[in-house]
Structure formats: structure tokens, C-alpha cells
Design a protein around this ligand. Structure first.
Ligand code: F6P
Ligand code: MG
Length: 460
């Protein structure tokens, strides 16, 4: 079967187009401003920081001038623990087809390349000043946005505490149907938690928009916007698990989304649906707000801090203490674990997961369900190709459909690729989105207002 083309940056009907013309420049400019503000307050970082700023400015210019994208150099490859080699080999193949330039190349590859490129600028200065080894240019934004999510955090905290602390509920054996109801609810929370993606702040989305997506009322209203819903299949997979007893979550954004994922993980453990939950993190700062292991550590500290969440700590102490002790205990008992892997930040799709033997074998052997969070993970599952929107999910994920890995994708749609829709749905949404006053109807699929919950048992 021949595969469809990927989405390209010069296609005005692809969300790649506004992304590269408006959002990327803002993201790069934001990084420049961040480094400048750091060097302004620290004399020792002047020379290394200025190098980084100059190179970020050069990146911005080469991007605006639509220059040809270059390979990573040997010293860059050495700095980044070899994971850039595969970027170069892909670039060679892409160049055979058509010279890759910033404004015309394939969207997914170039967006991944961009974050690797930015990361390298920091790695290159570590020898001169080790300060940059731990530096995350998006950290300030991540922390600020999580702190401003206090209302959503509190609402979910109350819900979780009242559910789990309700001793009656604990004493009585819940039926499978009751557990399924709760499972749906917590999946929903984790799904819409994905609306909190800070790379969108560089577009038309405001912080107020993001906050308004964090409440229970909005989740309920959005129920009908879930276009594909395979929750029951995923549930059956979980309760029929045989030798495995772990849920894996390939995380997306830190902050509120991570919070919603951790609450979901606690639910799975509290209600003994599985014995262990493993969180998979990114190794480098990625797509602005993605979660690194250090973000998980910061997150647990932020939940404990009365400076970070003053209202919660002064007025809802019992609830937050309860949550913090749950998290601490599960981490200490190795029931809630987290780790990173460079596989998640490579430039291509996830179809070759089976070739990354250690990661694959671990998932195959231990995981009852692998949950992929968010938009970018969905793009990588489906290759970010121009699939017809009625293509079955198991076709679009190619080798993963036969990989023996049970996969569930929870994704609010923030890019072009969507599969598994019923015939006519795409056309209807294009018209509906236009009627709402949007110039390009096709952009319904990148508005973040619709979602898909797609499952493959890995045995097709
Ligand atoms: O569509 C906007 C965008 O930044 C895409 O570039 C990317 O796929 C995605 O959002 C990141 O979203 P998420 O955090 O859900 O993966
Ligand atoms: Mg993300």
C-alpha cells in the first residue's frame, strides 16, 4: 500500500502554515527574551548566554529567509548522546525527494528538528558554564501557567479526595460497571487536561481560554465533541489483562495536564485496577511544555508549596496533604514510576517502536495498556500523513497495529491529521467551523475543540 504524503509547511490549508509563520517565530523570540533576562541578572553567564542569543537570532533569520535546513554536525551529535544521527539520515532521504527548507519541508520532521536544534545551542555552552546543563528555556512559562491553574487544580483535588476518602466506597466492592463509569470520568479529565498546551499560547489562544477548559462544566459540555470514543475497548483490554499489570502513560505536557494524568494514575492504583503506573517523559525541553523527569519532581514540590498554591494550602489543607501523601507513598513503593527515553524525541513516527528493543520489550512484557497523551503523540502514531479522515486508526498506525502493544490515544485535536471518523463528519465540521466565522473550515481539526479516543489492541 502506498502511503499518503506528509503535511508540508507551505500548504496554506494545513495548520503547519500559521504554525511556522506565526507561532514558531514567537516561540523562538520568547526563548531569546528568556535567555536575555537570565544574562541580565547574572554577570557570569554573559558570554555563554550571548552566544546562545546570537545563535537563536540566526535561527530566526534562517527560518524567516526560508533557508535550506542543515544536517547536525558531528560535535552536535556527540553532545546530544547520538540521538541526532537519525535526524541526519532522515534529512538525507527527504533531500533526495526535494531540498528541505524551513518554510517548505515536512511539518512533523521540522518541528521536532527545531526543538533539537534549540536544545543543542544550550548543550554547546555547558563546557564553558555548567549552568546551562540544567537550563530549560520554557521553565518560567511552564511554572507560571501551572500556578495560574489553581482553580482547576482545586476542583480536581476535591473530586479526587471525596471519591477516595469516602470509606463506604472503599468498603463496598465496586462492580465492574461502576469502575467503568469512574474510568470514563478520569479518562475524560486526562483527555481535556491536554488542552493545556503552552505552545498554543504563541497563537490565538489566551491563558483565559486555557483556564476555561480546565473545569468540570466545560468537560461535560465537550462530551459531544469526542469524535471517536474507544473507551470501552480499552477498558475490556485492562480487565482482561493476563500476565501484565501495569499502565504506561506516554506523557505530554507538564503542569495541569501532568496533574490530570497523575490523578488518573492514582485512581488506577487506589481502585486496584492495575498494580503499577509508569510515566514516560521527554529527555529534553520539547514542544514548549512537555514533561521531563525534572518536571515531575518540580510538580511534586509545587503541590507541597504554600507559596505556589497559597489558596489551596490555606483553605484546603486536608485535601492537599491527602493528595501529597498518596503521591509520595506510591512513588516510594515504586507503584508510580517515571523515566525518560530519547526515543520519544526522535524526528519520525512511532511505527518503528519495535526496533527500539529495550523499550519495546519492556512495554510488551509489562504493560496492560499504553496511553499516549496529546496531539504530538497522535501525530507520531499516525505519521502525520494526509490520511483520508475515514481511514481506520489501525491502518494509520501501520506496524503498531500488529506490534502486540495495546495502545490508547487520548488527544484533543490541534493539528491536521485525524483518522477513524465516520463518513461525512469531516465535511460537516468544515462547514460548521466556517459558519462560526472561521476563514478556513479545515482548521476545525487544529482548534483544540474536538477530541479523539482511539484504541488498538496491537493484534490486528
Ligand atoms: O498544533 C499546535 C501544536 O503545537 C502542534 O505543533 C503540536 O502537535 C501540538 O500542538 C502540541 O500539542 P500537544 O502538547 O498536545 O502534543
Ligand atoms: Mg505537548
Amino acid at each position: 500500500m502506498s502511503l499518503p504524503e506528509p503535511y508540508y509547511n507551505d500548504d496554506p490549508k494545513s495548520f503547519a502554515y500559521p504554525t511556522i509563520h506565526s507561532r514558531w517565530p514567537k516561540i523562538i523570540q520568547g526563548a531569546i527574551d528568556d535567555v536575555k533576562s537570565v544574562i541580565n541578572t547574572n554577570e557570569n553567564l554573559q558570554s555563554t548566554g550571548t552566544n546562545i542569543v546570537i545563535q537563536l537570532q540566526e535561527l530566526l533569520a534562517s527560518f524567516k529567509n526560508d533557508e535550506v535546513v542543515r544536517s547536525f554536525t558531528t560535535s552536535e551529535i556527540n553532545l546530544s548522546k547520538e540521538d541526532l544521527k537519525s535526524y541526519n539520515s532522515t534529512l538525507i532521504k527527504l533531500n533526495e525527494h526535494k531540498k528541505v527548507t524551513w518554510q517548505t519541508g515536512p511539518w512533523l520532521y521540522l518541528e521536532c528538528y527545531l526543538y533539537q536544534y534549540i536544545n543543542n545551542l544550550f548543550l554547546a555552552e555547558i563546557k564553558q558554564n555548567s549552568f546551562w546543563s540544567k537550563y530549560d528555556v520554557f521553565q518560567v512559562l511552564k511554572d507560571k501557567t501551572f500556578q495560574q491553574s489553581e482553580f482547576g487544580v482545586l476542583e480536581l483535588l476535591k473530586k479526587y479526595h471525596s471519591l477516595v476518602a469516602d470509606t463506604k466506597l472503599h468498603e463496598q466492592q465496586l462492580t465492574q460497571d461502576q469502575k467503568l463509569l469512574l474510568f470514563r470520568d478520569f479518562i475524560d479529565i486526562s483527555l481535556w487536561g491536554n488542552a493545556t498546551d503552552l505552545s498554543l499560547l504563541a497563537g490565538n489562544v489566551t491563558l483565559e481560554d486555557i483556564k476555561s477548559l480546565q473545569g468540570a462544566e466545560t468537560r461535560k459540555k465537550n462530551e459531544e465533541n469526542i469524535l471517536v470514543n474507544d473507551i470501552e475497548d480499552a477498558w475490556k483490554q485492562l480487565i482482561n489483562k493476563q500476565d501484565t499489570d501495569r499502565v504506561d502513560i506516554v506523557l505530554d505536557n507538564s503542569g495541569f495536564e501532568l496533574y490530570s494524568d497523575v490523578i488518573f494514575a492514582l485512581f488506577l492504583l487506589d481502585f486496584k485496577i492495575v498494580k503499577q503506573v509508569k510515566l514516560h517523559c521527554k529527555t529534553i525541553p520539547w514542544f514548549v511544555s512537555d514533561t521531563r523527569p525534572v518536571d515531575v519532581v518540580n510538580f511534586t514540590e509545587q503541590l507541597k508549596s504554600s507559596d505556589f498554591f497559597p489558596e489551596i494550602h490555606s483553605k484546603h489543607k486536608q485535601d492537599i496533604d491527602f493528595l501529597n501523601s498518596k503521591i509520595a507513598t506510591y512513588i516510594a513503593d515504586d507503584k508510580l514510576t517515571y523515566e525518560d527515553n530519547i526515543y520519544w524525541t526522535l524526528g519520525g513516527n512511532y511505527w518503528n517502536l519495535g526496533q527500539h528493543t529495550k523499550l519495546y520489550e519492556d512495554l510488551k512484557k509489562h504493560s496492560s495498556l499504553i496511553i499516549f497523551k496529546g496531539d504530538l503523540n497522535y501525530r507520531k502514531l499516525t505519521g502525520d500523513l494526509q490520511w483520508d479522515k475515514t481511514t481506520p486508526f489501525i491502518t494509520a498506525i501501520q506496524d503498531l497495529a500488529t506490534s502486540q502493544l495495546p495502545i490508547l490515544s487520548l488527544r484533543t485535536c490541534k493539528a491536521d491529521v485525524v483518522v477513524g471518523l465516520k463518513p461525512g463528519v469531516n465535511e460537516e465540521l468544515i462547514e460548521r467551523y466556517k459558519a462560526q466565522g472561521n476563514e478556513i473550515g479545515e482548521f476545525w481539526s487544529s482548534s483544540g475543540k474536538w477530541a479523539v479516543i482511539s484504541f488498538s489492541n496491537g493484534k490486528n
